[in-house]
Design a protein around this ligand. Structure first.
Ligand SMILES: [Fe+2]
Length: 339
């Protein structure tokens, strides 16, 4: 495959929020009602989001603070029911992967007649979502991260049937994304670690995916090198904005990489580990990188570039790098130890 496609307009850096607000002023001047999804904690009031706050102040904003992790069918239907009378025209999601997954799911079904879990399950199974009218959404990640601000799919779990679904269509890409490291500065180390490993896994899997292309591989290599360099430094200086910026951009690059390839075996194997055994997503995925790398080695395209990005000599170094990170962060290093 040699085509690369990603339509998300991305804002970053210190002037990113101002530029985003200016753009919204022109493009979304007619929007009068906004659904604002966050994880709580007043993140939307952060100083670095002031231009966005000013833009929203002129409009009706319905704030929903989500306590959902890994949203399931019930969560989505329940939220949709609560929102039913509110005809918002834009969704702004400030949060981690789960908040952005909810944004995509609501964007896909806001204008559909879905009122039960069964309705939603059938709509997903038949691809009968994001049909005529899709609500535009803007992604502002607070973790580094899932890369969900630049991918077109959302994961929705079905706890009743013990499985997961992917809602995925081109129209579900965010219209715009704002990457602002200031929002990640106070992220706890454990969360920084697991989300950083998730981003590392997205990049590695994008690199060796059969769907990879020359552009996605460049994004993947850039992300891998930055994460393996800066994740170890973060533990000694968690408030460093420079390190947070490097990791925020690495997460974005890994998102751009796997937005075109999807994930591969590590993610597939990890889902039951998370669903049944409750192992954190980033940990479950990254613990598989070393073993899957050994299996994939014969088919790797330009494997030296991958090793160089990891700063290692051979395929064994990939698993070793992950193990070293686990030890540094004092995380148990085997599935057995995780129970
Ligand atoms: Fe992931």
């Amino acid at each position: 495959m040699s085509t690369y496609y990603n339509p998300v307009e991305i804002y970053s850096g210190t002037s990113g929020c101002r530029q985003l607000a200016d753009k919204l002023d022109g493009e979304y001047a007619n929007v009068s009602s906004i659904l604002l999804l966050t994880r709580g904690g007043g993140v939307e009031a952060r100083e670095s989001l002031r231009p966005l706050q000013s833009w929203m102040q002129k409009r009706t904003v319905q704030l929903k603070e989500l306590s959902i992790s890994n949203p399931n069918l019930t969560d989505i239907v329940s939220l949709k029911t609560q929102l039913n009378d509110n005809d918002f025209q834009l969704i702004i999601a400030i949060g981690g992967g789960s908040v952005m997954d909810v944004a995509k799911a609501i964007s896909a079904i806001q204008h559909l007649k879905i009122s039960t879990v069964e309705d939603l399950r059938s709509a997903i199974a038949e691809g009968a979502y994001a049909l005529d009218k899709v609500t535009p959404w803007i992604g502002i990640p607070t973790t580094a991260g899932t890369g969900s601000e630049v991918t077109k799919w959302a994961t929705v779990w079905d706890t009743e049937l013990s499985c997961k679904y992917s809602i995925s269509k081109d129209v579900l890409y965010a219209k715009k994304a704002l990457v602002n490291a200031d929002l990640m500065q106070s992220m706890p180390l454990r969360l920084s670690f697991s989300t950083g490993l998730d981003a590392l896994s997205h990049a590695v899997e994008a690199y060796w995916s059969v769907m990879s292309n020359p552009i996605s591989r460049i994004y993947a290599l850039t992300a891998i090198e930055a994460i393996r360099t800066y994740l170890p430094r973060l533990i000694y200086d968690p408030l460093s904005i420079e390190i947070r910026e490097q990791l925020a951009m690495a997460s974005l690059y890994s998102g751009l990489a796997f937005s075109n390839t999807r994930t591969t075996a590590c993610h597939s194997i990890s889902y039951p580990l998370s669903l049944i055994h409750g192992i954190d997503h980033g940990l479950a995925v990254s613990l598989l990188l070393g073993s899957v790398a050994r299996i994939n080695e014969p088919a790797l395209i330009e494997r030296e570039k991958l090793y160089k990005a990891f700063g290692v000599a051979n395929v064994e170094g990939i698993g070793q790098t992950v193990q070293d990170l686990y030890r540094l962060y004092q995380i148990r290093t085997t599935f057995g130890n995780m129970g």
